[in-house]
Design a binder for this molecule. Structure first.
Ligand code: AMP
Length: 283
């Protein structure tokens, strides 16, 4: 059973009643165009809570590229149908932009080194927008637990910092990346790929698994990186970054010696569609 809310006030008053009834709820924030990766979060949240709040909101403040925002896939009716197939109690929150942002916010977050690399360095203002919307949603929904995907590893670390430093009274649950059968990480943006781009896009996860194999074979990271860069040059993809970072603080590493776990992270364009992926490797 799904219930739909579009305004903050009606959602809050519903949740107040649920609190009085001693119910607890999990929260899955999304930008819609739902796929199995999202559904996995919703399923886990419904196993661990009385019901789940799913927000569907394409958050304009986290887009640094107007065309990416305009072309972001949107299909709320299909999303709700998909959620209904789960047969769980799900509360869907689909606010309009003016509901979430009645005025322009001047608030600025600074996540220091956590946002000076990867997505933060290539998408100016991205994590400011993420932190702003996630903070607002946490205040509105006040969940016991909030569920995020490892697919957006840097986002997980930024939100971890937000929750810890601002004492949000909730538990973060990070769920593994769901992949298509050939290894491509599921993403709403995959729907924008044409047949050739889709064929090329699988090379992104292949490059991660190849790097992992080479790490396990104790190859030098600098050599691995050179091989991976050649692999991308021989593809139709345009590599933005491919790097190894500390799994927690995301400091970029040139060697995996003395590390227990490293994150290998990549961003690449297939045509004009920007895709990201990562894996965490135990050394
Ligand atoms: P998005 O709608 O892209 O903002 O994603 C909403 C949530 O789903 C975020 O926590 C994402 O990390 C998570 N997510 C997106 N794709 C995947 C995936 N393939 N596997 C696991 N989680 C995912």
């Amino acid at each position: 059973m799904t219930q739909k809310f579009t305004t903050i006030d009606t959602l809050k008053s519903f949740l107040r009643e649920q609190k009085l009834a001693k119910k607890n709820w999990g929260f899955v924030p999304t930008m819609g165009a739902l796929h199995e990766g999202h559904l996995q979060l919703v399923k886990k949240a419904s196993e661990e809570n009385d019901f789940v709040v799913v927000s569907i909101f394409v958050n304009p403040t986290q887009f640094n590229n107007v065309s990416d925002l305009e072309k972001y896939p949107r299909n709320i009716d299909k999303d709700i149908q998909l959620l209904e197939t789960l047969g769980k109690q799900i509360v869907v929150f689909t606010p309009e932009t003016k509901e979430m942002y009645p005025h322009t916010s001047i608030l600025k977050f600074d996540f220091g080194n956590l946002e000076n690399v990867m997505e933060g360095s290539f998408r100016a203002g991205h994590f400011n927008g993420v932190a702003l919307v996630v903070s607002k949603l946490f205040h509105i929904v006040q969940p016991k637990k909030a569920y995020f995907g490892q697919k957006d590893l840097q986002q997980c670390r930024v939100i971890g910092c937000l929750v810890r430093d601002l004492d949000f009274d909730l538990e973060l649950v990070i769920c593994p990346t769901m992949r298509e059968n050939d290894g491509l990480a599921m993403s709403s943006r995959n729907t924008r790929l044409d047949a050739n781009q889709r064929k090329e896009a699988v090379k992104i996860s292949q490059s991660l698994f190849e790097a992992e194999k080479k790490i396990k074979n104790k190859e030098n990271w600098v050599d691995i990186l050179a091989e991976i860069e050649t692999f991308y040059k021989n593809s139709d993809l345009r590599l933005e970054y491919f790097l190894m970072a500390d799994n927690q603080n995301l400091t970029i590493l040139n060697s995996y010696q003395d590390q227990k776990k490293v994150a290998i992270c990549v961003a690449a364009y297939a045509g004009e569609v920007r895709l990201i992926d990562n894996i965490v490797v135990e050394i």
